[in-house]
Design a protein around this ligand. Structure first.
Ligand SMILES: [Zn+2]
Length: 175
């Protein structure tokens, strides 16, 4: 994979049968390469425990780290913790149609596997569904109320569709 080189590649052909441990880090360079809208910066430690068998490999991913987010409501930046576990089964055979999200097939001619896209996918699966860092619990919110009021005003002005929309927008003072 150009850009990331062999950083996230495991050359499994030379691995003896049994358990093997690998450590990776998904860092800012990793996220910049994928340029994914859901996550752009972070530092996620990825431990991969690989169990090698003759015709199959089982990879257990453990993810732990922090990532930068922007509040959905008030656009305040913050860092959040992320943790997750995912399993990938790699059959060393031609695909036979029984593959899915958790089971893939690699032809026996392959000697290595690039885990970068899997790591990105597992990080995204571990992201909190609703990204509101300001929200402490329940209705208690630490959101920037000033920004929210401005956004609400923009929304209501836009939905009215009145002719003085632009003049109202001009009156909003953005700090
Ligand atoms: Zn907020």
């Amino acid at each position: 994979m150009a850009g990331l080189g062999k950083t996230y590649v495991i050359a499994f052909a030379g691995l003896k049968p049994g358990q093997h441990e690998f450590e990776f880090e998904a860092d800012n360079k990793f996220f910049a390469f994928f340029n994914d809208p859901e996550i752009s910066r972070g530092s996620i430690q990825v431990n991969v425990s690989l169990f090698r068998q003759a015709t199959m490999m089982v990879l257990n991913f453990r993810l732990k780290g922090i990532f930068d987010i922007t509040c959905d409501r008030c656009a305040t930046g913050a860092q959040m913790a992320l943790a997750g576990e995912h399993q990938l089964v790699v059959k060393l055979s031609e695909p036979d149609g029984s593959e899915d999200d958790e089971v893939i097939a690699l032809p026996l001619t392959e000697s290595e596997i690039d885990l970068a896209p899997f790591i990105l996918e597992y990080i995204k699966l571990s992201l909190p569904a609703r990204k509101v860092p300001c929200e402490v619990s329940g209705d208690l919110s630490l959101c920037d109320q000033e920004v929210i009021e401005k956004l609400n005003l923009l929304k209501s002005t836009a939905s009215e569709g009145s002719d003085d929309r632009m003049s109202r927008l001009k009156n909003i003072k953005w700090s």
